[in-house]
Design a protein around this ligand. Structure first.
Ligand SMILES: C[S@@+](CC[C@H](N)C(=O)[O-])C[C@H]1O[C@@H](n2cnc3c(N)ncnc32)[C@H](O)[C@@H]1O
Length: 224
């Protein structure tokens, strides 16, 4: 087996956690404190996150989308594939080095989505954007941890509280959707989404898409 090669590391802002990028034979792995956050061979449900959300807003003119975070760029590439030329996509990424890694190493995996003129990259905490923008987005796609619990850093826990869900609700335009990726179901989180006013659908998506793999969970929470 080809051994993993260490490429680079970064400190996660607002935490002491270390994020590292590894590569072996064209496969990439991003790890936080040694635990895998994302692997380039498995992205079926990251693609599905964008597919489900874009399907909900497909008929809107000039939709505006917020994606947090960038990771390896699969979700953003899948969204761009489904959105027309008038769409605008803001991608919020907490770790500036992840943006650099996408430009330097990872862009080829996904067709260089950051070079697309519809895309604006913000090196920022997605929570900050949610708190400061009101009725600004038709869809908000969140895949910043491994589920509704801080994994990249504890500070992300706020996103999954009732206050966080309510703030995402307020950042959406009427009829907008919040889509959240998770490695598995979480009844309490779905309840919190409903409590702030969302209509919630829980969808199962396979890790390797049509090839199968683990079942991940995607919540599509519609602002009515
Ligand atoms: C699991 S990866 C995202 C994978 C992505 N969906 C893809 O298709 O490659 C999580 C990303 O979210 C970023 N992140 C974590 N917390 C964040 C936050 N609060 N705001 C913005 N980005 C964040 C991480 O640095 C990492 O790049």
């Amino acid at each position: 087996m080809i051994p993993w090669k260490f490429l680079d590391s970064a400190q996660v802002p607002g935490s002491s956690a270390e994020m590292c990028l590894y590569e072996r034979g064209g496969e990439f792995s991003i790890r936080v404190n040694g635990c895998e956050l994302m692997n380039s061979r498995v992205h079926g449900s990251e693609d599905a996150l964008a597919e489900f959300a874009c399907a909900r807003i497909g008929s809107l003119p000039s939709p505006r989308i917020l994606i947090g975070g960038l990771g390896m760029g699969f979700t953003i590439a899948a969204a761009l594939h489904r959105l027309d030329g008038e769409s605008r996509v803001v991608v919020a990424e907490l770790v500036p080095k992840v943006v650099e890694w996408n430009r330097k190493f990872l862009g080829e995996l996904t067709g260089h989505p950051l070079q697309d003129p519809r895309v604006t990259v913000r090196e920022a905490d997605v929570a900050l954007i949610l708190r400061t923008e009101h009725q600004a987005y038709d869809a908000i796609l969140l895949d910043v941890d491994n589920g509704p619990k801080g994994f990249t850093r504890n500070g992300n826990n706020w996103l999954y509280t009732e206050a966080g869900a309510g703030t995402a609700f307020a950042a959406l335009r009427p009829a907008g959707v919040l889509a959240v990726w998770s490695a598995g179901p979480d009844l309490a989180f779905a309840r919190r989404l409903r409590r702030v006013g969302f209509q919630v659908e829980e969808i199962s998506a396979r890790a390797r898409g049509p090839a199968g793999g683990n079942r991940h969970t995607i919540w599509i929470a519609a602002r009515s």
